[in-house]
Write a protein that binds this ligand. Structure first.
Ligand code: MRU
Length: 325
């Protein structure tokens, strides 16, 4: 199922907030519609946000510089958003056809995901138990996705994986989206609460942890969905490889380490009220809802990009795959 479909001047977006119960597409028209879709997570996952924003830059009649700033402000942590709008702005200034450029970004993402999936699969064995956090599948990017790509590709090649999927509080991308995607692909998936990851690791059920990423700093620190660093700490403790999968465009060489990454903070309503019939805390109870955390590079076994498998030391090896321009 495609999450973003462009055809004849119109963009259709699979509304991820309605999954897994309803598969419905929306057609954003104004810049406010596009902004809302990104902010409210109708489209989410770093590469998918970038693709969607690229089409917005192509389709909307608004001033491109203002539009870029406006869209970028919807979600600050995922670098793919500003990377895509920057590329579209450059294409605009160079007089290129913007629809063609947006389609190019979309197609390149498909190729990158495919390569990442191939590299990732080379690190897994048939029968492996895999833990995953948040959603880094086709919904979060284009076909295959990143963190789930090796599992989806492996399934096509006859591998049998046993996936443990963190529900991923508070927005439940693991429960609502990852278990949905894996079920649809026919992959054996078991949903767990985030605080059960330690036990399933201790019980020997996990051979590898696979996650996507929103931004990779030059030293290999990564920003990812809140709770990812906890899974990485556990993996280190139990001696389980922890793999981060993401396209080259997710590496932010201007960012020397994770401390420089802006962490998006979201409404406490997502913790207290969003999924419940009744409030889960008093109205006056304060909430802290950072959407991402930083996983220290020392906890990461390898960063898998479309340019290959990058192993520690990350500061040196990420530099080796950097474009020279
Ligand atoms: O807040 P979200 O749902 O956009 O967060 C998504 C993630 O953390 C993904 O794992 C990350 O963007 C990588 S997507 C291939």
């Amino acid at each position: 199922m495609e999450n973003i479909i462009y055809s004849d001047g119109e963009l259709k977006l699979l509304d991820q907030t309605l999954l897994p119960c309803r598969e419905e597409y929306i057609t954003p028209k104004t810049k406010e519609d596009y902004f809302y879709a990104i902010k409210a997570l109708q489209v989410r996952g770093a590469p998918a946000i970038g693709i969607f924003a690229a089409y917005a830059m192509a389709l909307l009649p608004d001033d491109k510089v203002e539009l870029k700033d406006y869209l970028d402000s919807a979600r600050p942590t995922a670098v793919n958003l500003s990377w895509a709008t920057e590329r579209m702005l450059k294409a605009y200034r160079d007089g290129k056809n913007l629809i063609d450029e947006a389609k190019k970004i979309h197609n390149e993402d498909r190729e990158m995901c495919r390569k990442i999936s191939e590299y990732g699969l080379s690190l897994l064995n048939d029968g492996d138990g895999v833990l995953t956090h948040c959603n880094a599948g086709a919904l979060a990017a284009s076909s295959y996705g990143t963190g789930l790509g090796p599992l989806l590709l492996g399934k096509e090649r006859g591998y049998n994986f046993h996936v443990y999927c963190d529900e991923t509080r508070p927005l439940l991308q693991g429960a609502r989206l990852t278990s949905y995607e894996l079920e649809k692909a026919g992959i054996d998936v078991t949903l767990i609460c985030d605080n059960m990851a330690s036990l399933v690791m201790k019980q020997g059920k996990i051979n590898a942890v696979l996650v996507g990423t929103d931004r990779i700093a030059a030293n290999g620190d990564i920003a990812n969905k809140i709770g990812t660093s906890g899974a990485a700490i556990l993996a280190k403790y139990y001696g389980i490889p922890f793999y981060v999968l993401g396209p080259y465009s997710t590496i932010d060489y201007s960012c020397s380490c994770g401390d420089e990454i802006v962490i998006e903070e979201r409404s406490g309503d997502e913790i207290k009220n969003m999924w419940y019939e009744k409030p889960m805390a008093l109205k006056e109870t304060k909430c802290y809802n950072p959407a991402f955390d930083i996983t220290d590079h020392s906890l990461i076994s390898a960063i898998i990009t479309d340019r290959g498998i990058v192993k520690p030391p990350f500061d040196i090896n990420l530099e080796r795959i950097k474009d020279n321009d």
